[in-house]
Design a protein around this ligand. Structure first.
Ligand SMILES: NC(=O)C1=CN([C@@H]2O[C@H](COP(=O)(O)OP(=O)(O)OC[C@H]3O[C@@H](n4cnc5c(N)ncnc54)[C@H](OP(=O)(O)O)[C@@H]3O)[C@@H](O)[C@H]2O)[C@@H](O)CC1
Ligand SMILES: Nc1ncnc2c1ncn2[C@@H]1O[C@H](COP(=O)(O)OP(=O)(O)O)[C@@H](O)[C@H]1O
Ligand SMILES: [K+]
Length: 517
């Protein structure tokens, strides 16, 4: 699913009115009606007090349309205009007149804290104060209104975006943002729903389709995409019935050190379970028995050193090499990695200490093959690209780094983001059960295994991150968040593959992108 920029959203609205021969007021009517339908379906006429807070722009206009429909359906509604500016959008004014036709309770004008109404915990707040048009800090008294919403503990439904969030930057003050219980977002989810600093402002979200022009939706290129099942299905390579293991490549996993051989076992098992033909693990001598005993499908090459990788030298011709898991940063390992990179032309996936070594020795970066995949967690990313001031700065720095070195970066975390050039691929699968030792090693393995099967590096990364999260989503049903461990994730790869071909549920849950049909 595409994430449109602010400019693209306005352009889509404009094109839709032109091509469908409708007025922008009609589009607003659709938007407000959709919100009404959503609420009406759930409330079935229940007489819960609903407070609809409207700004003075088109987000406020949506709120007025909603309030009108709620009033007409007999709900108990209070409508407010949050008068943070004396401007009014044209469609706001049209709907301001229309609401006067259906009620004698005209919207209440609010201009300061003295105007704040009582809101009981069992009431409902509709937040139609700011939409995507927010372009400067929110006035203090409006921030106080948002805090008033929060302290009421009432269910808060935000229209399009929690008011106070920008589309393209992190807000100045946390207190100036509505804490939404639920957000109904038009046309596409917003990038801020996926970023660590801003995702917390809506507990759940859902996209409402307001019927923007189909050609616009299909042909507009966006620089951020959410990766769900429908994005990865076209990537999937079916298996030829006559295929043999030679078709699916040979992964070499280089890593491990005394006490950290398990990382290599996990990555190697994940590579094989993702479908590669052969796996060889390259480890210090101390790990030989552990690896052979726990993972008999793997072949093993040992370094001359007992405890560390000191020389990456092998006679085999792997299709792809993963380097770094459990490897440590011993000076002999650093020198081994440098020598290896100087002679290597095989595609690489680099994780963990491999990344830490690159971060400290940035001259090694120019030795990487094009489209090397790097999978840092946030601390490793910081070592690699430097500190960032906020999430948007982080993404800009990651893009610049990817372009400069022609590498694919996976920014790991909840909603891992794959960055390549200017593109962001935001993963929709995964859960906090993955916050457990070794789950990153499993990710390294699955991406490596997919490259070995002939997926290009970017497709392998995007697909691998998706499958890794999906396996965890299925596994968590059996293990719960607390008991899920990295090995379970590998065991559920099969279920994640099979899930690709399951028919979707009528309404998808929020870990996949929700879309009301
Ligand atoms: N047909 C359509 O277009 C459809 C649009 N839809 C809806 O429109 C919403 C976007 O509407 P919008 O562009 O009118 O902006 P909105 O977020 O309501 O802000 C209002 C104005 O406030 C101003 N302002 C900004 N920051 C400020 C601040 N801190 N303090 C004070 N003032 C501030 C700024 O104006 P400025 O003063 O900068 O000229 C801004 O324009 C979108 O989220 C969706 O809900 C749907 O109906 C579908 C069809
Ligand atoms: N809260 C979360 N929600 C979804 N995925 C998560 C969450 N926490 C961690 N993960 C995923 O788990 C993996 C953790 O990787 P990493 O930190 O390298 O672990 P390790 O070093 O223990 O192998 C990443 O793929 C990350 O995206
Ligand atoms: K809003």
């Amino acid at each position: 699913m595409k994430i449109f920029s602010k400019e693209q959203i306005y352009e889509g609205d404009k094109l839709t009115t032109e091509r469908q021969g409708i007025h922008s007021t009609d589009l607003m009517e659709r938007a407000g009606e959709q919100i009404f339908n959503w609420m009406h379906l759930r409330m079935q006429g229940a007489q819960v007090p609903i407070h609809v807070f409207c700004g003075i722009g088109n987000n406020g206009g949506d709120g007025l349309v909603l309030a009108r429909h709620l009033i007409l359906a007999g709900y108990s509604v209070k409508t407010y205009v949050v008068n943070y500016s004396h401007k009014r959008s044209k469609d706001f004014l049209i709907n301001y007149d229309r609401i006067k036709n259906v009620t004698k309770d005209w919207p209440i004008l609010m201009e300061s804290e003295e105007d704040f109404p009582m809101i009981a915990q069992d009431d409902i707040i509709v937040d139609a104060v700011f939409g995507v048009g927010l372009n400067r800090p929110v006035a203090n008294w409006v921030q106080a209104l948002f805090r008033h919403f929060k302290t009421s503990n009432a269910f808060t439904l935000s229209i399009d975006i929690p008011s106070g969030l920008y589309l393209d930057k992190t807000p100045e003050h946390e207190s100036g943002i509505v804490n939404a219980s639920y957000t109904l977002s038009f046309t596409c989810p917003k990038l801020v729903f996926f970023l660590p600093e801003t995702a917390q402002f809506t507990k759940q979200w859902e996209v409402l389709d307001i019927g923007l022009d189909a050609e616009f939706m299909q042909t507009t290129q966006t620089d951020a995409v959410i990766i769900g099942k429908y994005e990865v299905l076209p990537i999937y390579k079916p298996r030829d019935p006559f295929s043999h293991k030679g078709h699916f490549g040979h992964c070499l996993v280089v890593g491990g050190s005394y006490g950290k051989i398990g990382a290599v076992i996990l990555a190697s098992r994940a590579a094989l379970s993702s479908g590669c033909g052969l796996v060889t693990s390259y480890i210090p001598k101390c790990g030989y028995t552990a690896l052979q005993a726990s993972f008999p499908e793997a072949m093993v090459i040992t370094d001359n050193d007992e405890n560390h990788i000191t020389d990456i030298h092998f006679e085999i011709a792997p299709s792809v090499i993963a380097v770094g898991v459990g490897m440590g940063t011993d000076y002999k390992t650093i020198s081994a990695l440098e020598n290896f990179l100087k002679h290597n032309n095989t595609p690489l996936v680099i994780d963990a200490d491999g990344i830490n070594i690159l971060a400290k020795n940035q001259s090694f970066l120019k030795l990487l093959p094009k489209q090397t995949v790097l999978t840092p967690h946030p601390k490793e990313l910081e070592r690699l690209i430097g500190k960032w001031s906020d999430d948007f700065d982080k993404l800009e720095k990651a893009k610049a780094f990817s372009k400069k070195h022609d590498v694919i970066l996976v920014i790991k975390g909840a909603h891992s983001i794959t960055v390549y050039g200017n593109m962001l691929y935001i993963n929709s699968t995964g859960n906090p059960g993955l916050a457990t030792a070794g789950s990153g090693d499993v990710l390294t393995g699955i991406i490596t295994g997919l490259i070995s099967q002939g997926y290009d590096a970017l497709s392998a990364t995007v697909f691998g991150v998706y499958l890794h999260g999906k396996s965890a989503d299925i596994a968590v049903e059996d293990y719960g968040y607390q008991s899920l461990i990295a090995s379970h994730v590998i065991e559920y790869f099969g279920a994640a593959y099979l899930d690709l071909f399951k028919q979707p549920e009528p309404v998808e849950d929020n870990t996949e992108n929700k879309k009301e049909s």
